[in-house]
Structures are given as C-alpha cells and as structure tokens.
Design a protein around this ligand. Structure first.
Ligand code: ZN
Length: 241
C-alpha cells in the first residue's frame, strides 16, 4: 500500500505539471463493475468470449455474435462512472491541456464529463457497419441502412489493427506531455507498453497507480502508487487548483 510520504511527493509532481497525459486501463473501471479480460471470474473467460471476440466470427455466426455483444453492451450501459473517472473529469476542468488515453471500451470517462478521450480500442457504446464503416444507426435487424452490411460493435477485436488516427494522436499527446500518469493498466500490450518509455525518453515525469506492480514501468517511474484507482486517484489530484 502507498504511504503518506509517497502520496505527498506524487501530489507535488501533479501540481507542478503543465501538460498531463493519463493512460488508463481496466483497473480504472473495476469499481464500476466492468469485468476485465484477465479476471478469472470475468465474462470474458466464458465460451462466448472465445467464440465471438474475433472479427471473423461475425460472418461465421452473425446471430450468436450479435447476442454476445448485445450482452456486453447491456453490461456497460448498466455501469456508472466511479470516483476515479470523476476525478479525471475534474482534472481536465482544472487543467484543460490534460489528455486522456484509455484501453477501456466502456465509455465511462465520457459519461463522467471527460472530453476528447482517445479510446485506443474503440467503444462498446457505438455500432458500426462491417461493410461500409457507417457509424450512424438505426440498425434494423442489426443491418446497415446504407449498404445492408452487418452491424458490429465499434471496438478493436482480436486480429484487428488499432485505429491509426487514434494511435497517432495518442503518441503525439505522450510526446508533448511533461507528466504521464499510468492508471489501472499493466501496460503490457502494444501500444501501452511503449508509451511510458517514449514519455520517459522525452524527459517526462512518470507516475504509476496500479493495484499490482508493473515492474517494467515502475523501475523508471518517479512515483509508484499502489492501490485502487477509485480511492487513490481522487487523493492524488486533491491539491490541484
Ligand atoms: Zn454499411
């Protein structure tokens, strides 16, 4: 757990930073009841997740695919932002230059009042046409009104590339920042693994806030906070005016 001295030092780093980037992962939304890929009891571990998390599954079994993703969507729609999301919205109000990058597809940062969130893996709250890329509904019988193609969630599935525009914007934000805060992400998958390193090379201050150690980032971080995002994040941002 994090002692008072470490928290105070991290608070001071936050207060003196001018351009902050917050990179968040599943740990940010855990208190909102969103299961993670890695949680052993999470919905991702059931058979549906294995059968329908690949983009090719849409053509193979469209009905099963729609049912599976509609359930995921219902789960996200039932969730509300927690104090960690709200703390980041407050940070953006006080420091408008703050950029938010997330691996989460639950849309909870936007719901908390955050703006211009760079969603690396897309959003479960949107559908898009698998044929023409149209993102505008309605979707009668899960079909696109423009081209009759099949509707799919606007998320990056296994075997798919990240959206280039979002990725470039995220990299740009990281290269411009003077402080990178990593929250609730183990930062192991690309590009999460690279961004902290890039920020560090540019001379940015690095703070990690995670329930588990993320050794490959913690080793060069200026402050390491260990604990739950919904408890520690509001405390970390407490002194910012
Ligand atoms: Zn279409």
């Amino acid at each position: 757990m994090t002692d008072a001295g470490t928290l105070e030092a991290a608070q001071e780093l936050m207060r003196s930073a001018r351009r902050v980037v917050v990179f968040s992962g599943a740990g940010l939304s855990k208190a909102s009841g969103i299961p993670t890929y890695r949680d052993a009891d999470g919905l991702w571990m059931n058979r549906g997740a294995v059968r329908f998390s690949h983009a090719d599954d849409l053509a193979r079994n469209a009905a099963g695919f729609s049912r599976f993703w509609s359930q995921r969507l219902a789960q996200v729609e039932a969730a509300a932002p927690n104090p960690a999301h709200l703390a980041l919205a407050r940070l953006q109000r006080l420091r408008p230059a703050t950029r938010l990058i997330t691996q989460n597809v639950d849309g909870l940062l936007g719901l908390a009042g955050c703006h211009d969130v760079l969603e690396l893996h897309g959003s479960l709250r949107r559908w898009r046409c698998d044929g023409c890329g149209n993102r505008r509904g309605p979707w009668p019988l899960k079909r696109c009104l423009r081209c009759a193609g099949r509707a799919r969630p606007d998320v990056v599935m296994f075997g798919e590339m990240l959206d280039e525009g979002v990725l470039v914007a995220a990299q740009d934000a990281v290269l411009q920042c003077d402080l990178l805060l990593v929250v609730g992400s183990t930062a192991v998958v690309y590009p999460a693994a690279d961004l902290p390193l890039e920020a560090m090379k540019k001379g940015a201050t690095i703070i990690t806030l995670n329930a588990e150690p993320i050794r490959h980032v913690d080793v060069f971080a200026d402050a390491v906070l260990r604990g739950k995002a919904e408890l520690l994040l509001p405390q970390l941002l407490d002194g910012i005016r």
